[in-house]
Write a protein that binds this ligand. Sequence first.
Ligand code: ADP
Ligand code: MG
Length: 298
Amino acid sequence: MLELKNVTHIYSNGTKALDNVSLSIPKGMFGLLGPNGAGKSTLMRTVATLQTPSEGEIRFGDLDILAEPEALREKLGYLPQDFGVYPRVSAYDMLDHMAVLKGVASAADRKATVETLLNQTNLWDVRKKAIAGFSGGMRQRFGIAQALIGNPDLIIVDEPTAGLDPEERNRFLNLLAEIGENVVVILSTHIVEDVSDLCPNMAIISEGQIRMTGAPLDLIEQAKGTVWAKTIERDQLEATRAQYHVISTRLFAGHTIVHVLSDQDPGKGFALVDGGLEDVYFSCLADVRRKATSQAAA
Ligand code: ADP
Ligand code: MG
């Protein structure tokens, strides 16, 4: 169990990237869903002990990770959002090197570890190729391979599916799903399907604040009966926005489908939507925006 209590982070330029974040993250896959700039990477780097928060406490089991970052790092596997420069070193040699750094001292153990991971991530056939020449999907699979060295108890993957094509994304999510239920895996993403496909527990973050936490199915259940849809012409959009609490719009076959939030039937041709996690997410973000606007107006 990973426990964050009142974690705040303010960068030296004054940006408050995390605002009093408290979260309990159980074993299994946990989805941290939020738009760009929400604070996801800041949260991930903070838990990975790469930066110290301005305020707050973080515990992993019995371990106070701010007091003992070294001890946390021994249990940690981390795939950062930006992996930086990709070396002209083969996948095999790079993994071997990283296993040395992780403390896998014996050559025989290292060989076993590296070979297992290359097979698990489907990189065995390209193990002798330079990582610099890998496709996005191969790089991310390599990223998971290096994160899994030394059987970590806490695995952090920061926006791993961004930029992957659908097939690679699927492959990558399947790989994550195999990691197992006995470790804490935190997956950050701005893609709703990553969370709904994979995560039994989740949180929504925006502007540094946790807006919602729970099981996706429970959150969807709570939103039932509140989301309504209607197909409109594009030129009706402004009027619709003025009249209803629009949470999302999308084009379909040249028409615009609007989703609005309402506890009662809005009539006027709106039909109840069997809402999914996307509706939960968009209504959560729309709520935040609406509150900000009404506060600014007051
Ligand atoms: P996300 O990963 O959800 O996109 P980030 O954690 O990267 O969000 O960023 C959260 C906020 O903090 C953004 O406003 C971003 O511009 C700001 N930020 C991130 N890193 C730094 C930094 N090193 N210095 C100053 N501001 C930063
Ligand atoms: Mg990020």
